[in-house]
Design a binder for this molecule. Structure first.
Ligand SMILES: [Zn+2]
Length: 828
């Protein structure tokens, strides 16, 4: 699964919903998150005890759209796991059970709305299997929605726009199993250690297409205008990966080797399917080769659905995506969401083929999928780009770690959803990278190949991974796994340097300054690069004490000693380099992260003219994020350096290949070169197609020539891109003209899922200036947004707007109406 907050960045760096953007920042949003409860004793979260072994699931599914019911007939093949059994316990949430048979004989059962206990009529030993038939109606909408930070709802089966009354949202259905929600629509054993093969027949309107795991074996047209599709997957996977989806989708047919690779898009977005998903075949080829394990499943389909509860989900061969993937060529100018495509595909080895046996072991799925993003970036776009994204991951983890330090593998949990956090994803991805750097590429990928071959179609826990790495490398790796996977926190290092001229020695002192009550004392193998006389020499050291000194023979004082030269440490470093050493590092060390660390450290010398000259050089950097960082430094430049940078900034605004750089450069021109005549540049940028650039131009013109800002806003008011709609919402919020209210209402009405979050903070500022009549007219749309979204943070954003409107209003009845409205969606 790829969490939505990792994509749209509710917690840290903000991404736009349509495309990645690093320059968008929103005003404050209050996000109501669940409080971590640590005062009550936590319980050991054991893996599911396997009494029965589910072998095969056959489902016949019909849908009742009036009541949003799933009418199902399930045929399960089951056998005792080891010990004999006379009762079978299944997960089935909120069902109406019509009939149950065991081997064609009517069976007795007990059902409490969650667990179904079936009396088997006699005792079965593990050498015999039995058939279970269940005739049932599942009522997913009647199940109480719990929700969490990672997944915003857990009712398993979703009827979208069921009554067809919303003209903006197509009617469709889809399922979401992880963590334990597929039992909301079919009876099963919901555990990562369980695996089943499956057959599903689904009947839909014949205009529609359907998607499930495995192959579409046949379709039958029925006399009543419906069609029945029959899907079959013979390879086994865990029940949370079972998917069923359908609706009015166009299918773009692509291919990898001889396998079908299909992209299911709404017809409107189908022309862009190839641009959005087109690298998929190359990714499958790359991962198959890199892992030495050929993609094992029947096909690879990707479907973009509406109102999805997460970012994306790795259902075997049938991946679901949130509607942020509905992009047009204009959206794609600003970038795509390719990392999420890579993430879900990599799960097909780590998660789908080899599956974590219990939620505490979730990093075996998610850390790998996150690292899959790194591997793809590294292969396709180079190490610079991979490291750039990996640094964002590290920053996201470090920001989480300020309030939450927990073990990666957490056996004690209040709630399994806690596992879906920056530890399991970002920190875990970086730990795997560190493991790769420690054992070396050959050993790392040989270990992964062995792990996949040994545990294919099986559940795993963290020790399985360690044992494989130990077998391949011949080294006891408990120390690595204990401190990184079975402990919490990270090292905090302070690094100091000295040179002994008489002994001709360079001295590096490294201290571990983390609080040892909350973090381990780490054993850290580190590569150290010593730069002297234009040469670079690498040594590996191992830090394993609180404070340690390392000496290196050196005839002269080195220009730079680069500790952690591979930039692999998951932690923080206070590196006491001099200004000159940081500048040397920027100019001579090879990695993007050398330059990133150097630029970050040089910030404390930002008024130094030499450092500013260094930043001017950085405006030419090959990595766009370094160019953006350098642009951000110009505000602190002295007049003379500002002047020297001007030509380059203009060039970046006009010609940089990245729209985010052009957008940033334009803003820097407006903010820092007010006395220059930049009109011609702005005019040209204001005619660009890039939403990112146009958003920047709205902000720029708002300050210098508001007529032009409003002209762009007017022209783009109906765009489907929430980056530009956010910029327009911000512009209009500065105004108290009642006529703009319609823009907010239209935009909120067309938002589905998460994108309202880009509008609501600005609407809050606008609505407080409105009269009672305007406030009243906005209530139905706000209610609709709050009610239709499964996301808790959308509801809290709507509440924030309503509270603002309420305090602005003078009408007591209206105030009461607002209270009632808030109560109505908070209760839902
Ligand atoms: Zn994932």
């Amino acid at each position: 699964m790829r969490k939505i907050w990792a994509i749209i960045g509710i917690s840290s760096v903000l991404y736009s919903c349509k495309t990645k953007q690093e320059v968008v920042t929103l005003p404050e949003i209050t996000v109501e998150t669940k409080k971590e409860i640590h005062s009550t004793p936590r319980t050991y979260y054991a893996a599911y005890t396997r009494k029965a072994d589910l072998i095969h699931t056959k489902l016949d599914i019909q849908l009742n759209w009036d009541s949003c019911f799933v009418i199902g007939k399930a045929n399960l093949k089951v056998k005792p796991y080891f010990y004999s059994i006379n009762e079978l316990e299944l997960d089935a949430k909120g069902f109406e059970i019509k009939e149950i048979k065991i081997n064609n004989t009517k069976a007795n059962y007990v059902y409490d709305n969650y667990k179904l206990k079936i009396n088997l009529g006699r005792t079965y030993t593990n050498t015999e299997s039995f058939d279970v038939y269940i005739d049932y109606i599942a009522k997913p909408n009647k199940i109480k929605v719990k929700g969490s930070a990672a997944i915003t709802s857990d009712k398993g089966f979703y009827f979208i726009n069921a009554d067809g009354k919303n003209p903006k949202v197509p009617k469709q259905f889809w399922t979401q199993g992880e963590t334990e929600s597929n039992s909301c629509w079919f009876p099963t054993i919901e555990s990562g250690s369980e695996r089943h093969s499956q057959e599903i027949s689904i009947t839909v309107d014949k205009k529609w297409v359907t998607l499930s795991n495995g192959r579409l074996v046949y379709s039958t047209n029925n006399s009543d205008g419906t069609r029945t599709d029959y899907w079959k997957q013979e390879l086994s996977h865990t029940p949370y990966l079972t998917l069923l989806a359908g609706g009015d989708f166009s299918i773009y047919k692509d291919k990898w080797r001889n396998l079908e690779v299909n992209y299911y898009m709404e017809p409107k977005f189908a022309p862009y399917a190839k641009q959005i998903f087109g690298n998929t075949p190359e990714m499958i080829e790359f991962y198959s080769n890199k892992l030495g394990f050929t993609y094992p499943w029947d096909k690879y389909s990707q479907i973009v659905v509406r109102e999805f509860v997460s970012g994306a989900m790795e259902n075997t061969g049938a991946v679901t995506f949130f509607d942020g993937m509905n992009m047009t060529d204009r959206d794609l100018i600003d970038g795509n969401n390719e990392e999420i495509i890579a993430h879900e595909l990599f799960h097909h080895w780590f998660g789908d083929l080899v599956t974590c046996e219990s939620w505490p072991n979730l990093p075996l799925n998610e850390s790998f999928a996150t690292y899959g993003e790194y591997l793809w970036n590294e292969y396709k776009y180079g190490r610079y780009e991979a490291d750039r994204a990996a640094q964002n991951d590290l920053n996201a983890y470090l920001s989480t770690a300020k309030n939450k330090r927990v073990n990666m593998i957490r056996y004690e949990l209040d709630n399994r959803e806690e596992m879906f956090d920056a530890n399991s994803y970002q920190k875990g991805g970086r730990i795997l990278h560190m493991l790769r750097k420690y054992v070396g590429d050959d050993a790392f990928f040989a270990s992964l190949k062995k792990y996949l071959n040994t545990y294919q179609y099986k559940p795993v826990e963290i020790h399985h991974l360690r044992l494989v790495f130990e077998e391949v490398t011949g080294e006891d790796l408990n120390w690595f796994f204990n401190q990184w996977f079975l402990a919490s926190g990270h090292p905090e290092l302070e690094i100091s340097y000295d040179y002994d001229d008489t002994k001709k020695q360079s001295i590096v002192t490294i201290q571990q300054t983390q609080d040892l009550a909350k973090n381990p004392l780490y054993k850290l193998p580190l590569d150290v690069d010593i730069y002297s006389n234009g040469k670079r020499e690498r040594t590996r050291i191992t830090l394993d004490s609180l404070k340690q000194t390392f000496s290196f023979a050196s005839n002269t004082k080195p220009d730079l000693i680069n500790v952690d030269a591979e930039k692999m440490i998951v932690g923080t470093k206070k590196d006491n380099h001099s200004k000159e050493e940081w500048m040397y590092m920027f100019n001579n060390a090879p990695l993007y992260l050398d330059r990133y660390e150097s630029m970050t450290a040089l910030d404390k010398h930002k008024t130094d003219s030499l450092v500013q000259l260094q930043y001017i050089k950085a405006l030419n950097d090959s990595i766009y994020s370094i160019r953006i960082s350098a642009l951000n430094k110009i505000k602190d430049f002295n007049e003379s350096n500002k002047k020297s940078a001007y030509q380059k900034v203009k060039e970046l605004a006009l010609k940089d290949e990245k729209s985010s750089v052009r957008a940033r450069a334009a803003k820097v021109l407006a903010d820092n070169y007010k006395s220059e005549n930049n009109q011609a540049i702005f005019e040209k940028l204001a005619n660009e197609q890039s939403f990112s650039v146009l958003s920047s131009m709205i902000k720029i013109y708002a300050d210098i020539d508001s007529t032009k800002a409003y002209a762009i806003a007017k022209k783009e008011e109906n765009a489907d891109n929430f980056t530009i709609l956010g910029a327009i919402a911000e512009l209009y919020s500065k105004n108290n003209n009642k006529s703009y209210n319609q823009f907010y209402l239209n935009t909120l009405n067309k938002s589905s899922g998460f994108d309202a979050v880009f509008i609501l903070p600005y609407y809050k500022n606008y609505i407080k200036k409105m009269d009672d009549e305007t406030i009243k007219s906005s209530l139905p749309s706000l209610k609709e947004v709050a009610m239709s979204s499964n996301a808790g943070f959308i509801k809290s954003s709507v509440k924030m707007v309503l509270k603002e409107a309420q305090s602005a209003s003078k009408d007591e009845a209206l105030k009461k109406e607002i209270d009632d409205l808030i109560n109505s969606f908070e209760k839902k």
